[in-house]
Design a protein around this ligand. Structure first.
Ligand code: TRP
Length: 365
């Protein structure tokens, strides 16, 4: 068996170190030659974004965009159907998500940035069919992120979309030949699957002239933002989040109720004092100051003083974003126009790719 064949034989869901090394090299290349890359990222439209999304992933996308890299943002509306039993409000969520993106600096007017819901791109969705024939049921069964989601859902009857959405995600990434995918750790199995599908497609149908790139993960360097209850990741469904769309008063109220500890002397110690350290980290992200310095400044002022400081810094930091957000909320037709332009670009890309795919598969009539 040749090396290439043995590579293609099974999906390696566990190569974190290799991914990390690649990701670090990629950072340098992106800065020196932005035009060689195409970033593809996305979210499920399940609601509005919170500050964990902002500091964790959105700002990273804006940074890449501002390096001059083309940016495709897929709003994964079909994916929502796999993990929820109701499909309420998906269109409204698409609008709210787009408003959050644009108010945070994602710029669909720069000619290189596109936001689109994948359900509106038929040729993208059509890639799912050949891609499904390139993976086995056993491989889909082993996907650790899917396994966790199934467990978390508590459902006994799992729909087939739950097992196959990672293949659909490969179509999201490959339809436009995205070669850089900024992701958190939980998405790495999906990216490994995408790389495998690209490699197998090329090996099988296009050994002389590969159709697809093997996209690389760009791991976020942003620190994990905990929720205001301190113990777990910030997440709307856990009611521990500050939404971008929250008012200044709501923000103050949420911070006042945040969990801290009994030690009045404020120190930055993420290991032993996760709640207090998380609040310090947020102040640090808003002010560009070191968490230790902020802690030293507050000293014996206690959690009350820390919370007052965070409220002030965060509201100030978010003020321009929120004001832009309010303007955009009043301009539905502009948001719709952004999506229609994104859809048009995505459709053009997908049509071209599907044509190439047909030719490679020997199905072009
Ligand atoms: N699965 C991703 C999530 O739950 C959303 C997503 C869909 C995505 N398609 C994508 C992410 C393509 C990156 C690239 O957050």
């Amino acid at each position: 068996m040749s090396k290439q064949q043995s590579n293609a034989d099974s999906i390696d869901y566990g190569t974190f170190q290799a991914t990390l090394d690649r990701s670090n090299r990629l950072e340098q290349d992106l800065e020196s030659r932005p035009d060689d890359f195409r970033v593809l990222t996305g979210d499920r439209p399940t609601g509005r974004l919170h500050i964990g999304h902002l500091f964790g992933s959105i700002q990273n996308r804006v940074r890449l965009q501002n390096l001059g890299v083309p940016l495709f943002v897929v709003v994964a509306d079909y994916q929502v159907l796999t993990d929820r039993d109701t499909a309420d409000n998906i269109a409204e969520n698409i609008y709210q998500l787009t408003i959050d993106y644009v108010s945070a600096g994602i710029d669909p007017d720069n000619g290189k940035t596109f936001i689109f819901p994948h359900s509106y791109v038929p040729e993208l969705n059509q890639l799912l069919l050949p891609f499904l024939t390139l993976v086995t049921n056993a491989e889909l069964d082993r996907n650790p992120t899917v396994k966790e989601e199934i467990q978390a859902s508590g459902q006994k009857r799992i729909n087939a979309g739950m097992y196959t959405y990672p293949v659909h995600q490969a179509a999201d990434i490959l339809f436009c030949k995205g070669n850089v995918v900024p992701v958190g750790k939980d998405q790495l199995p999906h990216l490994e699957l995408t790389r495998t599908i690209a490699r197998r497609f090329n090996d099988r149908f296009a050994p002389q002239a590969p159709v697809f790139p093997e996209p690389q993960a760009l791991l976020s360097k942003a620190p994990l933002i905990l929720g205001l209850d301190g113990g777990q990741k910030m997440s709307k469904s856990r009611s521990n989040a500050i939404m971008l769309s929250a008012s200044e008063d709501e923000t103050a109220k949420l911070i006042r109720a945040a969990k801290t500890d009994v030690d009045r002397n404020i120190t930055y110690d993420p290991e032993n004092r996760p709640e207090v350290s998380n609040l310090l980290l947020l102040v640090s992200l808003c002010t560009n100051r070191e968490p230790h310095d902020i802690a030293a400044q507050i000293g014996d002022g206690g959690a009350g003083k820390l919370k007052a400081l965070l409220t002030e810094c965060l509201n100030e930091y978010l003020r321009p974003l929120r004001s832009r957000r309010r303007e955009l909320e009043g301009d539905r037709s502009y948001i719709r126009d952004i999506l229609l332009r994104g859809i048009e670009q995505a459709q053009n890309e997908a049509r071209t790719t599907l044509e190439e795919v047909r030719r490679a598969m020997g199905m072009l009539i």
